[in-house]
Design a protein around this ligand. Structure first.
Ligand SMILES: [Zn+2]
Length: 348
C-alpha cells in the first residue's frame, strides 16, 4: 500500500489515515518539515486514497490508503487527474508546459499572484469533474510571495465544497501567520540517519557510502538519494585537503577558501563533513572503531594523537558557527576564510 512506502513519518500518517477513515478530511493542511522527508509524496497519496475506487473502505465508506492501481490512483500518480491540481513555482510549471507568465516575462522561482488567481477564478470556480474529492497541492507553498499568499487567503477562509488544499513547505515560517492559522499543521520530522542508511543499503549502495550519505543528509532521504558517489568522493578529498593545510601558510588558506567557496551548498556540505570528521577524531581518541569517514581513518588517527579533546571541540564549534553563518547568507568565501583563521589560530 502506498502509505507503507513512506518511512519514519508514523505520526503524520496516523492522523491523516484516521481522518480518511472517518471521511473527515480537513479543508486545508500544512505539511511542514525538512526537504526530502516525504511531504509531497504523502500529499499525492492522500489525494489518491480519498479518490481510490478499490475495496470497501472503513465504517464511513472511505479507504485509509490508496491501492495505487485503480483508475483514479493511476491518473493521480501520473499527474493526469482533472480534480487534483499541483501548483508549483512559475519556472517548474513553465518547464512542464502548464504555465506561461503574462507579457512574455521570464518565469520566476516564485509562485506568483497570477497563478493563484488562475487557480481560484478558473479551476476552483468549476465543479469537480470525476473525483470524490478535489485536491490542490501547493508545492512548495513557501515559494508563494506575499501577494500570492494574500490571493489564496479567501479560498482558505471559504473553501469550496469537497476540496482539500495541501500546502507543502520546508520553511513554514515563510508563510503569513494568516495562512498558517487557517491550516491544520502536520509536522514531518527529519528521518533518523540509521533509517536513511538502511534504505540506501537496501537500494544497493555500498556500506561505507550509505553511512556517509546518511550522515551528511541531515534527516532528508531525498538529499541522501541525490548524493552520488563522485560528489561524496570529492567532498572527502576536500576535507583531507582542509585538515592538511599548513597553519603557517595563509596564502594556501585563502586559495582553499576561494576554491571551495564558489558554491554555498558545497561550502555548507564541506562544513558538515568537517564536523563529522571531528566527531570521528573524538571517537578515535576514545578508542571507538565505528568511524563515519572510514576512508579518512589514517588522517583521523593522526589528528586524534596530535590534538587535545578540548581543541577538537573548539574546532567543531568553529565549524558549527560557519555552518550557521552560511545559512544566514554570509559570503561562502569569507565564511571559509574566517573558519580557517579560527581553525588554526582561535578567535580573538
Ligand atoms: Zn486506487
Amino acid at each position: 500500500m502506498p502509505f507503507a512506502e513512506i518511512i519514519a513519518q508514523d505520526r503524520a500518517l496516523a492522523s491523516l489515515r484516521s481522518a480518511l477513515r472517518r471521511g473527515a478530511l480537513h479543508h486545508a493542511y500544512l505539511f511542514g518539515g525538512p526537504e526530502g522527508t516525504g511531504k509531497a509524496i504523502v500529499a499525492r497519496v492522500l489525494a489518491q486514497a480519498a479518490n481510490c475506487e478499490a475495496g470497501e473502505g472503513g465504517p464511513a465508506g472511505f479507504r485509509d490508503d490508496a491501492c495505487g492501481t485503480c483508475g483514479p490512483c493511476r491518473k493521480i500518480g501520473r499527474g493526469l487527474h482533472p480534480d487534483v491540481f499541483v501548483l508549483r513555482d512559475e519556472r517548474t510549471m513553465a518547464k512542464e508546459g502548464r504555465w506561461e507568465p503574462k507579457g512574455g516575462r521570464t518565469p520566476s522561482r516564485d509562485v506568483v499572484v497570477d497563478q493563484v488567481r488562475d487557480l481560484v477564478d478558473h479551476r476552483l470556480a468549476m465543479k469537480r469533474f470525476e473525483g470524490r474529492r478535489r485536491f490542490v497541492i501547493v508545492d512548495p507553498a513557501d515559494a508563494m510571495n506575499p501577494q500570492a499568499q494574500n490571493a489564496l487567503l479567501k479560498t482558505l477562509e471559504e473553501p469550496p465544497d469537497d476540496t482539500t488544499l495541501v500546502l507543502v513547505a520546508a520553511s513554514p515560517d515563510r508563510l503569513l501567520p494568516t495562512i498558517r492559522s487557517r491550516c491544520l499543521r502536520v509536522p514531518f520530522g527529519p528521518i533518523p540517519a540509521e533509517i536513511v542508511e538502511a534504505r540506501l543499503r537496501a537500494d544497493g549502495r555500498a556500506p561505507e557510502e550509505a553511512r556517509l550519505a546518511a550522515a551528511l543528509a541531515g534527516g532528508s532521504l531525498g538529499r541522501a538519494l541525490a548524493l552520488d558517489p563522485e560528489e561524496l568522493g570529492a567532498l572527502r578529498d576536500s576535507v583531507l585537503a582542509a585538515v592538511a593545510l599548513d597553519p603557517g601558510d595563509a596564502g594556501a588558506w585563502l586559495a582553499f577558501a576561494k576554491a571551495h567557496g564558489e558554491d554555498r551548498q558545497q561550502a555548507a556540505e564541506l562544513c558538515e563533513l568537517l564536523a563529522l570528521w571531528l566527531r570521528d577524531v573524538l571517537a578515535a581518541r576514545a578508542g571507538g572503531d565505528r568511524l563515519a569517514l572510514a576512508e579518512l581513518e589514517a588522517a583521523t588517527r593522526r589528528a586524534a594523537g596530535a590534538l587535545a579533546p578540548a581543541e577538537v571541540v573548539r574546532r567543531r564549534a568553529e565549524v558549527q558557527r560557519t555552518a550557521a553563518a552560511l545559512r544566514q547568507n554570509a559570503s561562502p568565501v569569507l565564511a571559509l576564510e574566517r573558519l580557517l583563521i579560527g581553525w588554526f589560530h582561535g578567535r580573538a
